[in-house]
Design a protein around this ligand. Structure first.
Ligand code: NDP
Ligand code: 8X3
Length: 259
């Protein structure tokens, strides 16, 4: 069965300034896709676009975008230049965790940020992009969930709930679009070494570092390979959910560390 080519396909990746999103941008570029890279840190995106141009002759469009701002999301998506309008693949990757606290001790602002980014931000971007896909009866939505979405862990309760919402929204969307050619999938990773923990602990590297020590965590490129795998299946094949974990991780709370 021949794989679906990504050559000249337009791929929008949110959270492309770091980690999994950045690795996805590179893998899609390698396959010949045209990239719309979105995040808040414009300088990083511009750096990425320059790199991809040099390595793969990729054309990229940089979107400085906070996915929590629905008015801005609508504005930038609806005013894309005509040659970038027909998005073929949307990778909803932008997301974060804040804090590691029991519900009765946590900061409400941390919850607001996670819920606003991981759930509402994903919905805003999807709401803006999906009508075009439906109109063309073509496209793919790939949501980055987490194993935390089906295996909540203590103190990561609210983050896990946001990722459960991502999986639920993914399933619901697939049902709503069953009479179309649009495919909807989630890629749900275990521990991936990115800036994720640094963000969770607000820049405290001493707390973040041990999370990825004593075993081999996933690299962002491993997850990007899974995302590209979903996006390159033949048109009649829909990978509904792909769970990717490090070999020495069995669940959110069971990680075998050597030291
Ligand atoms: P990083 O912190 O390395 O990357 C997160 C990305 O999300 C950054 O590009 C950041 O860009 C972007 N982002 C955050 N908030 C916003 C916002 N409001 N608007 C736009 N972009 C935003 O972490 P990861 O690469 O690990 O995280 C990517 C996704 O993978 C997340 O959804 C995370 O929940 C998920 N995940 C991560 C795992 C891990 O172990 N690392 C495991 C399972 C899932 P900027 O700050 O420039 O806006
Ligand atoms: C991120 C993985 O286990 O750190 O989704 O929450 S975990």
């Amino acid at each position: 069965m021949s794989i679906e080519s990504l050559k000249n396909k337009i791929v929008l990746i949110t959270g492309a300034s770091s980690g999994i999103g950045l690795a996805c941008a590179a893998k899609f570029a390698e396959q010949g896709a045209k990239l719309i890279v979105a995040a808040r840190r414009r300088n990083r995106l511009e750096e990425l676009a320059k790199d991809l141009k040099k390595k793969y002759q990729t054309n990229s469009l940089v979107l400085e975008l906070d996915v929590r701002n629905n008015a801005k999301v609508e504005k930038v998506i609806h005013s894309l230049p005509s040659e970038w309008k027909d998005i073929n693949v949307l990778v909803n990757n932008a997301g974060l965790s804040r804090g590691l606290d029991k519900v009765h001790e946590a900061k409400v602002d941390d919850w607001e940020e996670m819920i606003d980014t991981n759930i509402k931000g994903l919905l805003y971007v999807t709401r803006a992009v999906l009508p075009g896909m439906v109109k063309r009866n073509s496209g793919m939505v790939i949501n980055i969930g987490s194993i935390a979405g089906f295996q909540p862990y203590p103190k990561g309760n609210v983050y896990s709930a946001t990722k459960a919402a991502v999986d639920s929204l993914t399933d619901g969307l697939r049902m709503e679009l069953v009479d179309t050619s649009i495919r909807v999938c989630s890629v749900d990773p275990g521990l991936v070494e990115t800036e994720f923990s640094l963000v969770r602990y607000r820049g405290d590297a001493e707390r973040a570092k041990p999370i990825y020590q004593g075993f081999q965590p996933l690299k962002p490129e491993d997850v990007a390979d899974a995302v590209v795998f979903c996006a390159t299946q033949p048109a009649h094949v829909q990978i509904a959910q792909l769970v990717v974990m490090p070999t020495n991780q069995a669940s959110t709370t069971i990680v075998h560390r050597k030291s």
